[in-house]
Design a protein around this ligand. Structure first.
Ligand code: GLA
Length: 543
């Protein structure tokens, strides 16, 4: 038996390695090192070269960490023609030499700027050299400097300066991106740094976008970033990712916390930018960062972000497909953010598996053997189990949560308090609903991968919560449901929020494979949507 488990582990590892290799062409999340977390603006030429050397020496480059990113702190103002110059003491020889140095080591070089006039460092770190060096008014000139003259491959574009100028995010980032395209023939990896999910437009411009304020090396910070990303899975994928910020591994978190931090960043397909001093990284942290099975999970060719399938008490279970969509292999995280050990019981059915499943612990890199019925595990405080699950039978999903839906008009910028959002509701399945959809059709919820093995007739049950009477017009609420472009308007719905979770049924026809379902309301508010369930209707028997 032991022998068999070992074999299973070997086969698994080669499958995951294939994942690493084929992902190279599919724009997986960026992996590398960045200067900000440890050094803030206090960087210099020699320091960056030492970190690049350490990344090679420690095997990090070969493990996939190929970017060396020079964050804020290198600016030295502009010359009389408006060209960017580098800091006279920190980078007296300019940037080209150091970018060449990084490239000569088989790595890529990343940099930093701001969408407005001033860097964040000029505001928060008193870096006077960061005044007037942002992209605003210098789009083409700076793009030419960063990518043609200096040779950078990646840029993170902050928003401190633009915030102060009261500029509009989508406009600013679009102008900068089109300037970069105009001057540079190469494919530049671009990161939008607006410290909150900026809106679905970000996917058209950037490979990744920050979803949260700056990380710091504390459990509270790691936990709050994870909680901000729990319901953003619909926006990640196909080479575009929610950026949970640079890693704080090797900077004093406990071993369980480091595993959670890294494991969740991996299963959520966040960029992985190491933020510690590589010349003094603790051995255990280095081993974690080099764990090939977790790296393969992060760089998986499907590039999906895991979503929450189970939430009880303070615990969450997240899952995603790896290697192949709707295949026999999935990855799951049992995440315990609480301060005490928690027992998890996860029915295989909830992970869409029937029969037995083979489980592997990707953090410990050990096989846990076969289970049937449910996965049972104790997870320590602030801990996680990251599992690879290979099932015999993949079941057709029966439930689609509102919090898995893509909301075309959602952003987390906090500028429109009436905007569509994910909202907790006790008693809702998964504890979450989507609130404030409707009033125009574009403001809907969308599930693009509603799966039917054979196609046919189904009964759809929509669970919803009527809106609060004092909040919005309630008398004319309705729900419009569109299945593959065919719309049904449901007017006969409950309007009293005191009724809690209500249900409405409708027959739908699904095609074989993937279907698109949208729920919203064209002229009125829709109630808060909890989820919809699908039950296959048996075809009547022929006599
Ligand atoms: C902002 C960003 C950080 C870092 C600093 C640099 O705060 O969110 O990640 O780049 O600016 O000043």
């Amino acid at each position: 038996m032991k022998h068999m488990l070992f074999l299973a582990g070997t086969v698994l590892f080669s499958a995951l390695s294939v994942g690493i290799m084929s992902a190279q062409t599919a724009n997986p999340p960026v992996m590398g090192w960045s200067s900000w977390n440890t050094y803030r603006v206090n960087i210099n030429d020699e320091l960056i070269r030492k970190q690049a050397d350490a990344a090679v020496r420690l095997g990090l480059r070969d493990a996939g960490y190929i970017y060396i990113n020079i964050d804020d702190g290198f600016f030295g103002g502009r010359d009389s023609e408006g060209n960017l110059i580098t800091h006279p003491e920190r980078f007296p020889d300019g940037m080209k030499g150091i970018v060449d140095y990084i490239h000569a080591r088989g790595m890529k070089a990343g940099t930093y700027s701001d969408a407005g006039c001033n860097t964040c460092g000029s505001i928060w770190d008193n870096d006077i050299h960061g005044v007037g060096v942002g992209f605003y008014g210098h789009e083409l000139q700076d793009a030419d400097m960063f990518f043609n003259k200096w040779g950078f491959d990646f840029i993170k574009i902050d928003y401190c300066g633009a915030d102060k100028l009261a500029l509009e995010e989508q406009e600013r980032y679009s102008a900068i991106c089109s300037a970069i395209k105009d001057v540079c023939g190469r494919d530049i990896s671009l990161n939008i740094c607006r410290w909150a999910f900026p809106g679905t437009w970000a996917r058209d411009l950037a490979r990744s976008w920050r979803i949260s304020p700056d990380i710091n090396p504390s459990w509270a910070s790691v936990r709050s970033i994870i909680s901000r990303n729990l319901y953003l899975s619909a926006y990640a994928g196909e080479g575009h990712y929610n950026d949970m910020d640079m890693l704080e591994i090797g900077r004093g978190l406990s071993s369980d916390e480091e595993q959670t931090h890294f494991g969740i960043w991996c299963i959520m397909s966040s960029p992985l930018l190491i933020g510690c001093d590589l010349t003094s990284i603790p051995e255990q942290s280095l081993e974690l960062l080099k764990n090939p099975e977790l790296i393969a999970l992060n760089q998986d060719p499907l590039g999906l972000q895991a979503y929450v399938v189970q939430h009880s008490g303070e615990g969450y279970v997240l899952v995603k497909d790896i290697l192949e969509k709707r295949g026999q292999v999935r990855a799951a995280a049992l995440y315990n953010p609480s301060d005490t050990t928690m027992h998890f019981s996860v029915p295989l059915e909830a992970l869409e598996f029937g029969g037995k499943a083979e489980i592997r612990d990707l953090v410990a890199r050990t096989s846990l053997g076969k289970v049937s019925g449910s996965i049972e595990a104790d997870v320590p405080a602030h801990g996680v189990k990251i599992l690879r699950i290979e099932g015999k039978e993949r079941l057709e999903p029966e439930i689609y949560e509102a919090e898995w839906a893509m909301l075309p008009m959602f952003n987390d910028l906090g500028k429109n308090f009436k905007g569509i959002n994910y909202r907790p509701f006790e008693g809702a399945s998964g504890g979450m609903t989507v609130s404030r959809s409707g009033s125009r059709w574009e403001n809907h919820l969308e599930w693009d991968e509603v799966y039917s093995t054979k196609g046919g007739k189904y009964e759809m049950t929509i669970s919803y919560v009527p809106v609060e009477p004092d909040e919005r017009e309630v008398n004319d609420q309705c729900i419009e449901v569109e299945v593959n472009g065919q719309k049904t308007v449901l007017k006969d719905i409950v309007r009293d929020r005191a009724e809690g979770i209500c249900r409405i049924f409708l027959p739908v026809e699904l095609q074989r494979g993937y279907n698109t379902v949208r729920i919203g309301s064209s002229y009125t508010w829709a109630p808060d949507i909890d989820c919809f369930r699908l039950r296959k209707l048996q075809a009547p028997r022929m006599r």
